[in-house]
Design a binder for this molecule. Structure first.
Ligand SMILES: [Zn+2]
Length: 202
């Protein structure tokens, strides 16, 4: 096998969920597709690291090439999104899992992880003071905690409730219908939808 082919297979195989056989099939298909299609593909991949950054208000993915006039993401910029409810998620990609349900019309806030004292991740690392400030200044009335259903995800939800409830903010948690340890981005849209509707107050 040519070293170029081996290198390509290894690179493709390093992606999550792709085994050796799938990696080989993709590499063969790319050879067959020819340079024009391959360039289209590699360009798109290259844009991921240089062209995608995160919204400075909520942490959602945003194009870095939108120009100076647009600093925020399409959710923050949209006049159709309700500013009174805020959905807190661990990762930017979790936004799409919630968004796919079509059930949520508010705004998002990415905290970048969950509380994990043993790993040195406390409230400051997750930007909790910034979350509290955003909730206060934007007049948010409900915060929906949509962290992954894990022990740490639940503990993070309770922390957020303790942080915001004294200010009169309703804090709810999605959980019902999702198994403990199940990642939000792998859950069925219908299950997320159900767990949003059946959210419980913390
Ligand atoms: Zn945003």
């Amino acid at each position: 096998m040519p070293p170029e082919l081996i290198a390509a297979i290894e690179a493709i195989q390093s992606l999550p969920g792709i085994g050796r056989r799938s990696a080989m099939r993709i590499a063969f298909e790319l050879i067959k597709a020819g340079p024009l299609k391959t360039r289209h593909f590699t360009n798109a991949i290259e844009q991921l690291s240089s062209g995608v950054s995160t919204c400075e208000r909520c942490g959602a993915y945003v194009s870095s090439r939108t120009g100076d006039d647009k600093t925020f993401c399409s959710f923050c910029d949209s006049p159709r999104r309700s500013v009174s409810s805020l959905c807190v998620v661990e990762n930017p990609w979790d936004i799409y899992a919630v968004e796919n349900t079509g059930e949520f019309t508010g705004l998002y806030h990415v905290i970048g992880g969950v509380l994990s004292p043993l790993d040195g991740i406390g409230p400051d690392e997750l930007g909790m003071p910034r979350l509290a400030e955003r909730v206060r200044s934007a007049g948010v009335s409900e915060v929906i905690v949509a962290t992954n259903p894990s022990v740490e995800g639940n503990a993070t939800g309770h922390y957020i409730a303790d942080l915001l409830k004294p200010a009169g903010v309703k804090v709810t948690r999605i959980a019902t219908g999702l198994a403990l340890g199940q990642m939000l981005d792998f859950a069925e849209t219908q299950a997320i939808s159900q767990s949003l509707r059946a959210r419980i107050e913390l």
